[in-house]
Design a protein around this ligand. Structure first.
Ligand code: ADP
Length: 168
C-alpha cells in the first residue's frame, strides 16, 4: 500500500444484476488497489435495456459487498474519465472473459487513455467457474425459470425470482 496516496480503482459496468463473476473481479481488485469503487453507469455504453433501475443495482451491489469496507458502491453519469478525476481514481478495472470481450474493451481502454493520460485500465480474469458468466445470460435463465443460485448471491436470486414471478 502506498502510505501517501491510496490507490483508488473504479470498476464500472451495468451490473444488471451483479453476478458472482463481477463480485470475483471486484474482490481480486483489492489485491492491487486500496479502495475499489463499484460504479453503476447511468448511461449504458452498449445498447442495453435494463432490468433493474440504477438505484436498485447500487443497493444490491452494496449488499453483496457489505462485508468489505474497502469496496464502495456508487452510480455515475457521463464520462468515466470525469468520474475518475472527481473521485481521485487513476485505475479502471475491467473483467476479461473471452476473446469476445477483447475488441470492445481494447477500444474503450485506448479511448479513455486518450481522454485522460493519467488513467490506466487493468484487465483481470475471473475464476474459471465464472468465465462464461454474463448478467444477460443470468437474466435470460432466470426469465425462463432456471435456477441461477450458482451465479448470483442469494439476495439477487430472490429479486430475480420476484421480478419474473410477478411477470407471470
Ligand atoms: P455484463 O457484460 O455481464 O452485462 P457489465 O456490463 O456489468 O456486465 O460488465 C462490467 C465489467 O465486468 C466488464 O468489464 C465485463 O467484462 C466484466 N464482467 C462481467 N461479467 C464477468 C465475469 N463473469 N467475469 C469477468 N468479468 C466480468
Amino acid at each position: 500500500m502506498n502510505a501517501h496516496r491510496p490507490l483508488i480503482a473504479v470498476y464500472p459496468g451495468s451490473f444488471d444484476p451483479i453476478t458472482k463473476g463481477h463480485e470475483d473481479i471486484a474482490r481480486r481488485c483489492l489485491r492491487i488497489a486500496d479502495q475499489v469503487l463499484v460504479a453503476v453507469a447511468h448511461t449504458a455504453t452498449q445498447k442495453k435495456t435494463s432490468l433493474f433501475d440504477v438505484e436498485e443495482r447500487v443497493a444490491m451491489n452494496a449488499a453483496v459487498f457489505e462485508d468489505e469496507p474497502r469496496i464502495s458502491c456508487v452510480a455515475f453519469s457521463g464520462l468515466l474519465v470525469d468520474f475518475c478525476k472527481e473521485t481521485g481514481a487513476h485505475l479502471v478495472i475491467r473483467g476479461l472473459r473471452a476473446v469476445s470481450d477483447f475488441e470492445y474493451e481494447f477500444q474503450m481502454a485506448q479511448m479513455n487513455q486518450e481522454l485522460w493520460g493519467d488513467l490506466e485500465t487493468v484487465f483481470l480474469t475471473p475464476d474459471v467457474n465464472y468465465s462464461f458468466l454474463s448478467a444477460s445470460l443470468v437474466r435470460e435463465v432466470a426469465r425462463l425459470g432456471g435456477d441461477v443460485s450458482a451465479f448470483v448471491s442469494p439476495l439477487v436470486r430472490d429479486r430475480l425470482d420476484e421480478v419474473f414471478r410477478s411477470d407471470g
